[in-house]
Design a protein around this ligand. Structure first.
Ligand code: ATP
Length: 358
């Protein structure tokens, strides 16, 4: 097992800076997810760790070794790709054995490891089949099996579930969780899917424009976003943002967002102390917008039942906001209702820098 440490990592492709000074500690035995929008540099970061790209600058350590100058096959890692990358003319068993044979592992150890991985992944019955005779989910299991038999220090996974249908993806997510519980192999996992990141990672690193915006346990990052980008990226539907002028009157802060004057809870007074007269953005998650008598009057625009919750699109003056409410709540479009923002869960951001102030 090993931790992975990235320090000031940079990768340029000509004028494109794909990775722009990434420092990240992936603790031993952790499941760390790199998550961010398309093009933010996640895959390049993973490929740098794998040795499939050379770093322009910075260092990559696996365990105690700086591996910058080591080739991919000299690094003790196993990679699982989105497209499975199985050899089409080899059987499942041959696919799983191949990497070990290349590394000169003894035959009885190969047999033992393949049998163990096949049992773990429940693909024992498929060992004689070719990849073309397998479903997508089964192929992905084989790709995982091929990584597992290597018993590497680190698994690197690049969107391994993205070619599976929604239901299978959820199922495989649970299986990956179980697998990690059993094997505890340090894992770096890349995805653009924030739900996948939240459910799989014990640590997530949110990336944007080649930089890591925030690292931490998923729930912590969700509840304490460092900036507006992170707050917006995590959560579905996304956080509501209302921008306005902050003003201090009679010892209290008020944020005038046009349609309403929002009274800032006293708990945030210190954090906002330097912002009297500045532009500030109020952030409130849809699940923290609750229907309450005597709240802020809004008009219901759209009611969208989603099974376990119903999403309401509301007009707050001329500003649209979203609320997630219990599915049983009796509201229909054009209703006038009133809402309240959960005072414990609101955030305030510097409008210019996006930095979270609270
Ligand atoms: P996606 O989720 O779409 O795969 P990503 O976050 O993994 O995106 P990368 O694939 O790492 O992003 O790409 C980061 C940036 O680097 C992008 O602007 C991309 O176009 C660029 N890039 C990646 N590989 C190369 C390459 N071989 N040559 C030139 N530019 C590249």
């Amino acid at each position: 097992m090993a931790e992975v440490t990235l320090t000031d990592l940079v990768k340029r492709f000509g004028d494109v800076v794909a990775v722009d000074g990434v420092s990240l500690d992936v603790p031993d035995e952790s499941f760390t997810v790199l998550v961010g929008p398309s093009g933010c540099g996640k895959t390049t970061t993973l490929r740098l760790v794998a040795g499939l790209e050379r770093a322009t600058d910075g260092t990559i350590e696996i365990g105690d070794d700086v591996v910058n100058d080591k080739r991919a096959y000299e690094r003790d890692i196993a990679m699982v790709f989105q497209n499975y990358a199985l050899y089409p003319h080899k059987s499942v068993e041959e696919n799983m054995r191949f990497g070990l044979e290349q590394h000169g592992v003894e035959e009885d150890i190969i047999e033992e490891r393949v049998a163990e991985a096949a049992e773990l992944l429940q693909i024992g019955e498929l060992l004689d089949r070719r990849p073309s005779e397998l479903s997508g989910g089964q192929q992905q299991r084989v790709a995982l099996g091929r990584a597992i038999v290597r018993e590497p220090d680190v698994f690197l996974m690049d969107e391994p579930l993205s070619n599976l249908d929604a239901k299978l993806r959820v199922q495989m997510r649970a299986e990956l969780n179980k697998l990690h519980d059993k094997l505890s192999t340090t894992t770096v996992y890349v995805t653009h899917d924030q739900v996948e990141a939240m459910t799989l990672g014990d640590q997530i690193a949110v990336m944007d424009a080649g930089e890591i915006q925030q690292v931490g346990p998923p729930t912590f990052v969700y509840e304490n976003p460092r900036n507006r980008f992170v707050a917006d990226f995590l959560g579905s539907p996304s956080m509501n943002f209302l921008e306005g002028d902050l003003e201090r009157r009679d010892g209290r802060f008020y944020l005038d967002v046009g349609s309403i004057e929002h009274e800032v809870p006293a708990a945030y007074d210190d954090a906002l102390a330097g912002y009297d007269g500045e532009r500030v953005v109020l952030g409130v998650r849809p699940e923290d917008v609750t229907l309450r008598p005597d709240g802020i009057p809004v008009t219901v625009n759209v009611v969208e039942p989603q099974g376990e919750k119903t999403v309401l699109e509301l007009d707050l003056g001329d500003q649209p906001i979203k609320a997630s409410v219990d599915p049983g709540v009796p509201v229909s479009s054009d209703d006038r209702v009133s809402v309240e923002f959960d005072r414990e869960s609101v955030h305030y951001f510097d409008a210019a820098t996006g930095e979270c102030l609270t």
